[in-house]
Design a protein around this ligand. Structure first.
Ligand code: PGA
Length: 247
């Protein structure tokens, strides 16, 4: 089953007016390869300007959104507001949100359902910590996180699942293609067994954690790796090499 390749650039809490402009210029000067979709996620403050300045071939994502359209929820932004500025994507359940902001599996599931209902596509992140991998709990953790999302949603057509082992994020310690493929295959089988064969075949499962231009092509060869969520390297020219990893 041919799934379009998907590259997400997660800028996290990085950038300034000037570096955002440099990144937008870099992206605007690049031709996205056919069969690849690229979505970048600036900090909330810069999302609007990036959407206005970036060419339309790129998607733009927020890094978080809430479960209400509007109201007294200081500091939050709603999927409806993202739609209002033509932003069609949001990253939800990133391990940094789970760890530092105590977002539970259930809350991530609810936020995913809410964003999808509002018409915003979701990059839904899951992944185990080092101690969980070392105690052979990887499958248990990632399927628990995926189930919490599956429990809340019916339509998977606007969901990309990002498998991001926490031990590989920002550490320079990338999962081997075999390690990543093993988990991706497990996740796809879980979707086939618990949601449907069709959803399992069509859903992009992307890998995140220390992806660079130098390791992307090897990872991209694996059958169940449908792209990447890129943190650090998305702030550099190297991101363009990653975007071209499947050619
Ligand atoms: P990294 O981050 O590429 O810097 O490891 C990935 C992510 O957190 O999405």
């Amino acid at each position: 089953m041919a799934r379009n390749f998907f590259i997400g650039g997660n800028w996290k809490m990085n950038g300034s007016v000037s570096t955002v402009k440099t990144l937008v210029d870099m992206l605007n000067g690049f031709s996205i390869p056919a069969g690849t979709e690229v979505v970048v996620a600036p900090p909330a403050l810069y999302v609007d300007r990036v959407r206005q300045q970036l060419k339309k071939e790129y998607g733009v994502a927020a890094q978080n959104s809430y479960v209400k359209a509007s109201g007294a929820y200081t500091g939050e932004i709603s999927p409806e507001m993202l739609k209002d500025i033509d932003v069609d994507w949001v990253i939800l359940g990133h391990s940094e949100r789970r760890e530092y902001f105590k977002e539970s599996d259930e809350f991530v599931g609810q936020k995913t359902a809410y964003a999808l209902n509002a018409g915003v596509s979701v990059i839904a992140c899951i992944g185990e910590k080092l101690e969980e991998r070392e105690s052979n709990k990887t499958t248990e953790v990632v399927t628990r996180q995926l189930k919490a999302i599956a429990d809340e949603i019916k339509d998977w057509s606007n969901v990309v699942v990002a498998y991001e082992p926490v031990w590989a994020i920002g550490t320079g310690k990338v999962a081997t293609p075999e390690q990543a493929e093993e988990v991706h295959a497990t996740l796809r089988k879980w979707l086939a067994d618990n949601v449907s064969k069709d959803v399992a075949d069509k859903t992009r499962i992307i890998y995140g954690g220390s992806v660079k231009g130098s390791n992307a092509a090897e990872l991209a060869k694996k059958e169940n790796i449908d792209g990447f969520l890129v943190g650090g390297a998305s702030l550099q020219n190297d991101f363009l090499t990653i975007c071209a990893a499947r050619i």
